[in-house]
Ligand binder design. Structure first.
Ligand code: TYD
Ligand code: MG
Length: 461
């Protein structure tokens, strides 16, 4: 007897993807309020028991054989340069054929511009590309493109949001690269939910993923992020794609940082730095120099440190301001780094060096709009706070890095040599490093490397 087909719906949290049979006001998984939306479930194809399905297949002789790894033909990853060395590095050395890359970021940060520039560069070297926009009309895309320069004719533009149409165009045209701008505007008719909902995003991405793998097309998808900083329709999407890049920065400032947070074909935590001007994005090939530009001269509370962004050392300026509080309760604020770390380091200074910080306001800032949470910054944060407290500059050509423990000891960090070399390259003459790391460095002639055992020894001087 054929059962009467009933449309089945579930309530899906738009923030984390949690599914519930009933509506609830507060998502039990991510605790977001009022985030559950009713969505239609695609009819599931029911089979008999799994074992019955397997035995039926075996009878037909349809067996998949596991293979020894040595007999599998491994093609060398087929990488194509994007034409931007900053983007190539973040991708792990270029765009991998058949891979799927998600580019996330706040609205207005420059995702469409970045990918249009990528299309421009690929089209100039003759690659076939399809740019699908669900956000802008052809005219609007043309207006943006005319600011970016000449394009090759192998770039085709499509303004469409229906996934069936898009799949057909891709199948007919068979480009090497496809850009989808943005995944939140695309819809698949068979999914009974609004564009941008979790089910739509998941289904659309799944279809695109199949296209990428079957036809060997590299697909870039753009995703807007929510206020919490996750790509909307979120983790479900992140684990489906091969690479996740985030485009960060202050939309009002000129600088943008492209960061890789997941990469099946390269290392993560690599960053690429770009500058937005009236002709689109330009690469910043010397980011340390840009991070330190505009540094005040011989100011108290300003110390340069060196962090590692993926494989690359990056010099950054740490600023601290310690001042008398106007309230009964002192304010502590950190931007660009972890406030708990700042509180901990201030407690170390208070206890080990008798600095009376508990009644003072303290603000710590990493200049340049970058976020770093590396322990190697501890020594510079401590120095910056002490320098502001004593109102004594540490000197213009001084850099410091090392982890600070609770007894005030300075512990070694990784890649000492790269950090020292980067500081030396930019003209720093006196570098404080952990004492235990001294054996790893061969100081260049004109540079004084000082090994520090604990902060008391350094600040007592
Ligand atoms: P856009 O790429 O549209 O952002 P997203 O796709 O991430 O939403 O970038 C839009 C911003 O970039 C907009 O504020 C204008 C600015 N912009 C420039 O400053 N110069 C340029 O050449 C272009 C194309 C955009
Ligand atoms: Mg856009």
């Amino acid at each position: 007897m054929a059962a009467k087909q009933k449309k089945k719906t579930v309530f899906v949290c738009q923030s984390c993807g949690y599914e519930s049979a009933k509506w609830v006001g507060n998502c039990p998984s991510c605790h977001e309020w009022n985030s559950l939306v009713e969505e239609t479930v695609k009819a599931e194809i029911k089979t008999a028991s799994p074992s019955a399905a397997i035995s039926a297949r075996l009878k037909q002789g349809d067996r998949k054989k596991p293979l020894p790894i040595s007999s599998i033909e491994g093609s060398d990853e087929n990488r194509i340069s994007s034409g931007f060395s900053e983007l190539d590095r973040v991708l792990g050395g270029g765009v991998v054929k058949g891979s799927m890359v998600l580019v996330g970021g706040d609205p207005g940060i420059g995702k469409s511009t970045l990918l249009l520039q990528l299309c421009r560069s690929l089209s100039l070297s003759g690659h076939e590309i399809l740019y699908v926009s669900g956000e802008e009309s052809l005219k609007q895309i043309k207006m943006r493109a005319s600011r970016l320069g000449e394009f090759g004719d192998s770039l085709k533009i499509l303004s469409e949001t229906d996934l069936d149409e898009i799949s057909e165009v891709i199948d007919g045209y068979k480009p090497e690269f496809v850009v989808i701008d943005s995944i939140q505007t695309m819809f698949n008719e068979s999914v009974g939910a609004a564009p941008g909902s979790v089910s739509q995003i998941r289904e659309t991405t799944a279809v695109l993923l199949r296209i990428a793998k079957d036809l060997g097309i590299s697909i870039f998808i753009i995703g807007h992020v929510t206020k919490e900083g996750a790509v909307a329709g979120p983790r479900v999407l992140e684990h489906m794609v091969d690479t996740v890049l985030y485009f960060e920065g202050d939309t009002k400032g000129a600088y943008r940082i492209l960061r890789s947070v997941k990469n099946r074909f390269g290392s993560t935590d690599e960053i690429g730095v770009f500058e937005m001007d009236e002709e689109g994005l330009k690469e910043v090939l010397n980011p340390s120099e840009f991070m330190l530009s505009g540094r005040p001269e011989n100011a108290g509370g300003s110390v340069v440190s060196c962090c590692m962004e993926g494989t690359r050392p990056l010099l950054i300026e740490i600023q601290a301001l310690v001042c008398e509080t106007a309230f009964g309760f002192p304010r502590r604020q950190a931007s660009g780094t972890d406030i708990n770390k700042v509180n901990l380091l201030m407690a170390v200074l208070e206890k080990r060096l008798n600095m009376k910080l508990s009644s003072l306001d303290a603000y710590v800032n990493i200049a340049g709009g970058i976020r770093v949470n590396e322990p190697a910054l501890d020594l510079a944060i401590v120095l910056a706070i002490a320098s502001s407290y004593k109102n004594r500059p540490v000197g213009q050509n001084v850099a410091a890095f090392g982890e600070v423990g609770l007894s005030g000891e300075v512990r070694s960090v990784t890649q000492t040599l790269q950090r020292v070399n980067e500081a030396a390259r930019l003209g720093f003459e006196k570098i404080f490093i952990p004492y235990a790391s001294l054996k790893n460095v061969n100081a260049p002639d004109n540079i004084k490397i000082i090994g520090v055992k604990n902060v008391g020894e350094l600040l007592g001087q």
